[in-house]
Design a protein around this ligand. Structure first.
Ligand code: LIP
Length: 261
């Protein structure tokens, strides 16, 4: 792999360390203690454990960096120049149900821009990573987006809505509209992997409303470096960590955008 910034080395190392615990916990899934976090949203003791390992590793090197994480929230709030954006397990529902479609996702943001990121599915041993200007990789191989340029031929992926969403009807009618105009749509339950899969050409595009920033932060740089295009639309100012995202191979971008109201 030809990525070598101190930040990418650090997040890769942290990811590998945390993944050993994650693999072990996945093997013992039925013994995990599960607690309720909110309607339709669960968090496992494993989630918290993984997050702690990641935070400890990253803080050893940069105690002053800001951190946004799914479980702990915001650490070192005043540092908005250098921030780690962490989702310890993206695809928690899959994880809890013994479905090996989940990932650790870590992005490094500098002055508001994601500079590098890692998305790691430890069960399939697939590590997607990228650094601005240096390309995107799946393990040791360079990845590129698909070349499909007609929306009618596209295989898309989406996620949501969450149980608490107030715009479920709109999301479902949008889904029908998109589905009537594309080859097919999948819903895999891990936004981080959804974007990573667009980056390596498995899917042609991904869109989702009301997605959390930590689910997609690392994916932004990975997809861009693989030749894709990422756009946020109609964001809600009251929910600064939520995003509506359209992430494609770039060739079908405008057509897909036209299908999303
Ligand atoms: C989940 C996503 C999933 C999305 C859910 C949720 P979590 O993340 O990646 O694809 O549809 O809205 O945010 O909660 O498992 O980290």
């Amino acid at each position: 792999m030809r990525l070598n910034s101190p930040q990418i080395n650090l997040i890769t190392k942290a990811c590998m360390k945390a993944s050993r615990v994650l693999i072990r916990d996945f093997g013992e899934i039925e013994n995990l203690q599960v607690s309720t976090k909110g309607p339709g949203d669960f968090v496992t003791s494993s989630d918290r454990k993984i997050e702690k390992i990641l935070i400890d590793e990253l803080q050893k090197a940069h105690p002053d960096y800001g951190i946004i994480t799914e479980e702990t929230g915001v650490i070192n709030k005043s540092n908005i120049k250098n921030r780690w954006i962490i989702d310890p397990i993206d695809g928690t529902m899959n994880f809890m149900n013994g479905i090996p479609q989940f990932a650790i996702s870590i992005g490094y943001e500098e002055d508001g821009e994601i500079k590098c990121g890692v998305i790691f599915n430890p069960i399939l041993n697939e590590m997607f990573c990228a650094e601005k200007g240096n390309g995107a990789f799946l393990n040791n191989s360079r990845i590129r987006v698909s070349k499909k340029n007609k929306i009618k031929d596209a295989l898309l992926v989406t996620g949501g809505p969450k149980g608490e969403s107030k715009i479920k009807k709109e999301i479902y009618s949008e889904y029908i509209n998109v589905s009537n105009n594309v080859s097919n749509i999948r819903k895999f339950g891990s936004a981080a992997l959804d974007i990573a899969y667009v980056a390596c050409g498995r899917f042609d595009g991904y869109w989702q409303r009301e997605i959390n920033y930590w689910d997609i932060a690392a994916g932004i740089v990975i997809l861009k470096e693989a030749g894709g295009f990422v756009e946020f639309f109609g964001d809600n100012k009251n929910l600064p960590l939520k995003r509506n995202i359209l992430a494609t191979n770039s060739y079908i971008h405008e057509e897909l955008k036209g299908l999303i109201k």
